[in-house]
Ligand binder design. Structure first.
Ligand code: GLN
Length: 494
């Protein structure tokens, strides 16, 4: 039987394995067959892990043979962004400075996926240290959007998004500091969620901005997103910022519909300059769909969130400049072979090891934190952060779910914004306020413009993931878009 992973969901794979219609080994083979055909054109992976995958699949097939009950993601081919540690893999963050770094422990979210039976096919390409919105800032080459290989898949988790979109993995994990799960989700037509800050342990992910980073899933359907959250959420003693909450089954309420749910369209953000009118039109159409499903749809405003972008580009780089200080050529990674003294070693190892965007972020952050500028930049940005938190608190008094586009445009051309960092930063104007406030948000497909996917962002109050997923599931069932990119439908190699 030939398996097509771009038309199979995680529960379908698991159930087919449990029913002995397919084996886990066949599911892995299907993933690698698809990789063989499209990866040359897409470049979603930094590393493939067939040995780990085959061993994990063999364990699942042995469980089936022994008649044991299968865990929730048994035999499901998955992949992880290359900033998550997994023993037996390199964790490079798509940076020359970590090109040969071998993981010495497992990231908690990764471990939980594997303990739930998932099968790891590889590590996904990303913008270096997660700095970017296009996956062009990788030391190991650009990832291409499966919908149009001349376009970016978004970033920084572009490899994780492209792998699901092209059917090379069924589920993947990414990380989101300012939009790096949701924006590539929007640009590739996948379901992509950033959970509430603290829902998912950050242990074992290479830190970018510790007060903003959160791990979350990519999938084709909302149900799979809920299943992945069930697996990765929860308190971890290794991460003091992970929260203790009673376990929730995010799949349990998916079918409850949106009757009476208060849905607010964030009109001031929709009017922002730079939002493609065609994207705006799809979002307004989505709001009508919610109304037709029985939601109470109204207009919301988030006036301070327009300052989210400048605040983020102080806070994010400030934290990054501190987190990246450990890559010094001594303890980790790349080291120049011919340093004259220790200062020369630090300076040249870092100058040669980091790419241009990483250097830009370190310099921005160091400047913002320097004596004399700290209050003017960092202190001011923290005040803006508080205003944004208050904006959301006010809006959530009136609404259960807030709607915006995920990204102001559809996928742009490779190279189009590569030389203009500020134009690139504007890609995240809708996603960044969510990280600053620590709230959850999910991007789901809401149609195509000129053959390219548009993402709808649903934002909720802290810990309102189940409400967001229920609303997303109702919209998905009503709209029933086919988000399979053309290259996943043909059998020709790309
Ligand atoms: N694109 C944003 C940035 O460049 C967000 C990145 C992220 O979420 N990791 O910082």
């Amino acid at each position: 039987m030939t398996l097509d992973l771009s038309s199979l969901t995680a529960p379908q794979v698991r159930d087919a394995i449990a029913a002995k219609e397919i084996t886990a080994a066949e599911a892995v083979a299907a993933a690698y067959a698809r990789i063989e055909r499209v990866e040359g054109g897409v470049h979603a992976f930094n590393q493939l892990t067939p040995e780990l995958a085959n061993a994990a699949a063999a364990r699942i097939d042995a469980m089936v043979a022994a008649g044991e009950e299968l865990p929730p993601l048994a035999g499901v081919p998955v992949a992880f962004k290359d900033n998550m540690n997994l023993i037996g893999t390199r964790t490079t963050c798509s940076s020359k400075i970590l090109a040969n770094y071998e993981s010495v422990y497992d990231c908690t979210a990764v471990r939980r996926m594997l303990d739930a039976g998932a099968v790891p096919v590889g590590k996904c390409n990303m913008d270096e240290f997660a700095f970017g919105s296009s996956t062009e800032n990788s030391a190991f080459g650009v990832t291409h959007n499966p919908w149009d290989l001349d376009r970016v898949p978004g970033g920084s988790s572009g490899g994780s998004a492209a792998a699901v979109s092209a059917g090379m993995a069924v589920l993947t994990l990414g990380s989101d500091t300012g939009g790096s799960i949701r924006q590539p989700g929007a640009l590739t037509g996948t379901v992509a969620m950033k959970p509430t800050y603290g829902r998912v342990s950050r242990y074992g992910i290479v830190a970018f901005a510790s007060s903003l980073d959160q791990i979350g899933p990519f999938s084709k359907t909302v149900e799979e997103c809920a299943m992945a959250l069930n697996v990765i959420c929860g308190k971890d003693p290794m991460d003091a910022t992970s929260v203790e909450r009673p376990a929730e089954d995010f799949t349990a309420t998916l079918g409850e519909g949106v009757r009476g749910l208060r849905v607010g369209v964030v009109t001031d953000l929709l009017e922002l300059e730079g939002c493609d009118p065609a994207v705006r039109a799809q979002v307004l159409k989505a709001a009508d769909t919610f109304a037709s499903l029985g939601a109470e749809v109204g207009e919301a405003q988030l006036p301070a969130t327009q300052y989210g972008l400048p605040a983020y580009y102080i806070i994010g780089p400030a934290e990054a400049s501190s987190n990246l200080a450990r890559f010094d050529g001594i303890r980790y990674g790349y080291r120049v072979p011919d340093a004259e003294d220790v200062m020369d070693l630090y300076m040249r190892s870092r100058a040669e090891g980091f790419g241009p965007e990483s250097i830009r972020r370190i310099m921005l952050g160091t400047y913002a934190l320097s004596a004399g500028y700290y209050d003017a930049y960092y202190g001011q940005a923290q005040k803006v952060r508080t205003l944004i938190i208050r904006d959301f608190a006010r809006a959530f008094a009136d609404y259960d779910v807030l709607l915006t586009p995920t990204s102001p445009t559809t996928a742009f051309k490779i190279g189009e914004k590569a030389t203009d960092p500020v134009a690139m930063y504007l890609s995240d104007v809708y996603t960044i306020p969510v990280n600053l406030a620590g709230i959850p948000a999910v991007s789901i497909p809401c149609g195509l413009v000129d053959g390219l996917p548009v993402g709808l962002q649903l934002m909720g109050a802290h810990f309102a993931e189940s409400t967001l997923l229920r609303a997303a599931a109702a919209f998905e069932a009503e709209s029933a878009f086919d988000m399979t990119p053309p290259i996943a439908r043909t059998t020709a190699a790309v």
